[in-house]
Design a protein around this ligand. Structure first.
Ligand SMILES: Nc1nc2c(ncn2[C@@H]2O[C@H](COP(=O)(O)OP(=O)(O)OP(=O)(O)O)[C@@H](O)[C@H]2O)c(=O)[nH]1
Ligand SMILES: [Mg+2]
Length: 221
């Protein structure tokens, strides 16, 4: 007799999950690779993304959405790359939600993009609970914020796919211990992919760029 699998999932589907699922279906249908970035405020999401957009924009069709409680500052910084960028102002909300992404995408032709990047609101707590329909979530950990952050905020690392260590150029100056940081990440997520970056050093994003191109090559097959 075939073993019967009993689905004991009792979680009530939240509105956000429904919206996120619809978004992911649209992203897949359009053939666009969607990558989100989460981290605490100031760990370098915009700086990194601006350079990623600039470099990938030479060979790929790229665009970005960026969320903040207030100001268009990050949109303006990202737009310096030449890529189309839209700001989502969340007001008092400390994360992006799938329906905000849907609204912000209005009028954009997804099938004319290879990569869509989404910079979430700087926060290590709220964004972890909200699926945005993205294919890959990068969690950034900067050398300045303390090696124990993955242990203190495990959920954001558990809901991300890749950990990106930022500001490696100042690691020594701030006494960053990479082994300790990696051990913290592995305590939460054994074997998680970790990519070191610097937005200030020449070639400091090469490993990340190669990773993103490999992801795209897999999606585009
Ligand atoms: N030394 C160094 N500084 C960096 C690097 N990346 C970013 N910074 C600096 O860190 C500060 C914050 O960077 P942002 O890119 O604004 O950080 P963010 O994560 O987008 O911040 P929020 O959007 O407010 O959450 C800026 O002063 C950057 O110039 C890096 O690789 N090395
Ligand atoms: Mg930013």
């Amino acid at each position: 007799m075939q073993p019967r699998i009993l689905d004991v999932r009792t979680r009530i589907l939240k509105d956000n999950d429904t919206h996120a699922r619809a978004l992911r279906a649209d992203f897949n249908a359009a053939g666009v690779t969607v990558i989100s970035l989460v981290s605490s405020p100031g760990s370098g999401k915009t700086q990194l993304l601006q350079q990623v957009l600039t470099t990938l924009g030479l060979s790929y069709r790229v665009a970005a959405l960026v969320g903040d409680l207030a100001t268009d500052n990050d949109r303006d910084r990202l737009a310096e790359s030449g890529a189309p960028v839209r700001q989502i102002i969340t007001g008092t909300v400390c994360h992006l939600e799938a329906d905000m992404i849907r609204t912000a995408l209005d009028g954009w032709k997804l099938n004319e993009l290879d990569f869509l990047f989404i910079e979430n609101v700087g926060n290590l707590v709220c964004p972890s609970s909200y699926d945005l329909g993205e294919h890959l979530r990068l969690v950034l950990l900067s050398t300045t914020e303390g090696e124990d952050k993955p242990l203190k905020y495990p959920t954001i690392f558990n809901t991300a796919d890749v950990a990106v260590i930022t500001k490696i150029d100042i690691a020594q100056a701030v006494g960053f211990n990479r082994d300790t940081a990696v051990a913290s990440i592995y305590r939460v997520r054994p074997g998680m992919t970790i990519i070191d970056t610097s937005a200030r050093a020449p070639g400091g994003l090469d490993a990340l760029l190669l990773f993103l191109k490999t992801v795209r090559a897999g999606d585009a097959r």
